[in-house]
Write a protein that binds this ligand. Sequence first.
Ligand code: NAD
Length: 392
Amino acid sequence: MVIHPKIRGFICTNAHPIGCAENVRQQIAYIKKQAPVTNGPKRVLVIGSSTGYGLASRIAAAYGSGAKTLGVCFEKEPTERKTGTAGWYNTAAFHNFAKTDGLYCHTINGDAFSDEIKAQTIAQIKEDLGQIDLVIYSLASPKRKDPETGEVYSSTLKPVGGSYTTKTYDTDKDSVHEISLDPANDDEIAQTIKVMGGQDWERWIDQLHAAGVLAQDCQTTAYTYIGKKLTWPIYGHATIGRAKEDLDRAAANLRSSYSDVNLSAWVSSLKALVTQASSAIPVMPLYISLIYGVMKEEGTHEGCIEQIYRLFTEGLYTDSPRLDEANRLRMDGLETNEATQAKIEALWNQVTQENFHELADYKGYHSEFLRLFGFGIEGVDYDADVEPQVSW
Ligand code: NAD
């Protein structure tokens, strides 16, 4: 099959197996060049392990700390006529590299919100790893089926408290325009918290603990985005921000509930990056195109793998982690500092359809978006016939 990108709206509906493998290879190569993570984890569970920050976490654990990694993700398998999802190919590639390098890995593909997948994961830990030293919670999902009630909750990306009009960038039509977003109602807020808040993270830890598979001094972290003034109305102070606040509640609860294993639970705040999840959020593509330009000029630009390597070395595995007043690990300072934000704000106020390509790093944004699906990567022959059915 010859595979070229098929873009629909903010998503690409296919993926390239060789391009995805190259993406994974480059992230591994980055970690191999860094100093090993001192006192890093040896047995790691990554929930949401196939793309974005979760994949980077798995790679940093395996190649930065020699960890055995168990991944959980929800990806589509390829068929003869249809490619798999990027996360499927990333996982297959990770398995190949890890096997070659003598690193244990296992991946469970299924709904992480369900109790069946939790039980399957626990059984796998008991069989292969005994216990776990680090649990990364990196899910991004539009829906969650509550395992107790069977009710399906949907998350919404809406402002809270009033409608909000702002600029946005439509990646599909390459147009900058105004959008007005209606405020969420109470039910939409509650449902978003059910999907992207801390309830499922707590359920995972509770079941792992009850099964006796959390090692002494185990750590766990979930990921958040806090951002600043420009993104607060649609993120930090909006429905998704309410869900992320619930992670802070969950972290505090986790910290106080499992003292027998001395569990450390963190919310880690990461920078805004192009991932499948962030491309779906109104305003974020415009904001990210602008910050990519500013941060590349400042020499402070980082991708998922650079952020996560720092999270391991400057956050999770150091005696002096950078914490904020809410006890969160902060890895987003290079983006959220006042000076950088002031530059972005100045650009934000000027940006129009006409000057967008000049003021923003659209090329950078677009090429990273394509890379998520394994496209536009140097050295990959996109006219070659490739086998879409890859497995792990
Ligand atoms: P992503 O879309 O790249 O990855 C999501 C992962 O979750 C994938 O591995 C996917 O397979 C898995 N997943 C989704 N639903 C699942 C389900 N039901 N069962 C099992 N696995 C499932 O997203 P990302 O951007 O890497 O986001 C990960 C976390 O990082 C999220 O909590 C997000 O809010 C946070 N974060 C993202 C950014 C950003 O700019 N992208 C910034 C800060 C924090």
